[in-house]
Design a binder for this molecule. Structure first.
Ligand SMILES: Nc1ncnc2c1ncn2[C@@H]1O[C@H](COP(=O)(O)OP(=O)(O)OP(=O)(O)O)[C@@H](O)[C@H]1O
Ligand SMILES: [Mg+2]
Length: 441
């Protein structure tokens, strides 16, 4: 992953982050290489950067910390409550040049403002946005939205902010956010499919486009093997996985994870108790990290079938059998080294398990960031959140891998009004500035 050669537009954004102190929002359609660029930044920056993300899984994916643990923030709306900071937190917030946030579309305005206040406080620069630190945001607002909280929390947002989205935080009245849109899609290669996905993203699906998607997706029998189902709810996903595991003959074998340190409970990167059977359809949760001449045997998202559970776990991928070993996920925390005047990442917890999960089905939410060659999209009775259908369809690398459990309906395509407002303004800004990459989309 760290050895990808950046394209020109990706390199230009890297330079903008590296060469200026501007606050930057890196956005772009699914598959334009946002995560790839973030990873590159992590390895190649000269700055003292700290990486965080709104959820545990997203943080683990980019080797960072959750926002709440980095800033030691309480759960729920923070509003104008005092922010408690101990010495350790203050030192880290002081030492960083740049705060990088991945999957920023899930960060709400209140959390954005709390980070701003916390940085001002720690860096003792009460009148400077983010206390003078550079903030770099990655994400696509047409994909995951912030999770709406309790009724009271929702009321707080309605009364206080234009919307829940990070871009409506108060800090942006004082700070400029420079927007870069990556324009080149790398996950898909067929121009026609890219256009269709873009129409889904923007809620501009014509009858003709729906016709093509449904003709390909919903008119042939669903594959029995080798395809993952992307469903809207955990319930559906668990039901499909349990039913399929149960249907297989033979005994299941459970593998308990080894957990060391404090993982914060819910943020395990894989099942604590992984139940497998011979013939089970599984998905890899990590890239293959064995260095081999002929490239990685699997990547995060690769689907395979369990072919052995005796002595060793073996998984067949495209007709080839591979032995799979348990891997260790590391949960990081940033610390400040006063002697070297450097920020260090230290490991605070480890989770060891086979990098596999049952994969007849996953939620669309969990499929964020992944790529699949074949998938069954099951929108259930209806898609219910903005971007859901777009996230699901844009996981496919090509149209002929798309299966639909039922034809798409116009009501499945939901685009958030606030996202349209913000992105229209943002793109207008980019259009005025020829130096920004990706403006042509
Ligand atoms: N410069 C590049 N060269 C080759 N492949 C690339 C490059 N950039 C991205 N890719 C590939 O394109 C695919 C999508 O990239 P990535 O996951 O970074 O996109 P993303 O913008 O984060 O997508 P999403 O919004 O779905 O999370 C990956 O398979 C990645 O390896
Ligand atoms: Mg990504």
């Amino acid at each position: 992953m760290q050895n990808v050669t950046l394209t020109r537009e990706q390199a230009a954004v890297f330079q903008a982050i590296e060469g200026t102190r501007e606050h930057v929002f890196v956005t772009g359609r699914a598959g334009t290489g946002k995560s790839t660029l973030l990873n590159h930044l992590n390895w190649h920056t000269q700055k003292q950067i700290v990486i965080c993300a709104p959820t545990g899984v997203a943080a683990l994916n980019v080797g960072g910390q959750t926002i709440h643990s980095l800033f030691r923030l309480p759960i729920g709306v923070i509003a104008d409550h005092d922010i408690d900071q101990n010495d350790t937190v203050r030192k880290i917030l002081n030492a960083m040049d740049t705060l990088v946030i991945d999957e920023v579309s899930m960060v709400n305005a209140d959390l954005m403002d709390a980070m701003d206040r916390s940085l001002r406080q720690a860096r003792q620069r009460p009148h400077e946005p983010f206390g003078g630190a550079q903030v770099v945001l990655f994400g696509d607002p047409y994909q995951l939205a912030p999770v709406p909280g309790s009724g009271d929390e929702r009321r707080y947002f309605t009364d206080t902010y234009t919307s829940m989205w990070f871009f409506d935080a108060n800090v942006w009245r004082e700070a400029d956010l420079r927007i870069y849109e990556l324009g080149e899609v790398h996950r898909q290669h067929d121009d026609e499919f890219k256009l269709m996905l873009n129409a889904v993203r923007h809620g501009a699906v014509t009858a003709e486009i729906a016709g093509v998607l449904n003709d390909v997706g919903a008119r042939r029998p669903l594959p029995e093997q080798g395809a993952i189902t992307l469903a809207t709810t955990n319930e559906t996903v668990n039901r499909i996985n349990r039913t399929q595991l149960h249907r297989l003959p033979g005994q299941s074998i459970a593998n308990e994870a080894e957990v060391n340190g404090d993982f914060g409970g819910r943020a395990f990167p894989a099942d604590e108790r992984l139940e497998l059977k011979m013939g089970a359809q599984v998905m890899f949760l990590r890239n293959d990290n064995a260095l081999r001449g002929d490239g990685p045997r699997w990547v995060n998202g690769t689907i395979g079938t369990v072919t052995s559970l005796q002595r060793e776990v073996r998984v067949e991928i495209d007709g080839e059998e591979h032995e799979v070993e348990p891997v260790t996920w590391e949960k990081f925390r940033y610390t400040w080294d006063p002697a070297a005047k450097k920020l260090h990442r230290e490991i605070v917890a480890e989770f060891t398990q086979f990098p596999l999960r049952l994969a007849w089905a996953v939620t669309i939410h969990k499929s964020q960031g992944a790529s699949y060659e074949t998938a069954i999209v099951d929108l259930g009775p209806r898609a219910f959140s903005p971007g859901q259908t777009y996230v699901a369809l844009s996981r496919l690398t090509a149209l002929d891998g798309l299966y639909l459990s039922r034809p798409l309906r116009p009501s499945d395509i939901i685009v958030d009004r606030d996202v349209e407002r913000f992105m229209a303004g943002a793109l207008r800004e980019i259009g005025l500035d020829a130096a920004a990459p990706g403006a042509a989309g």
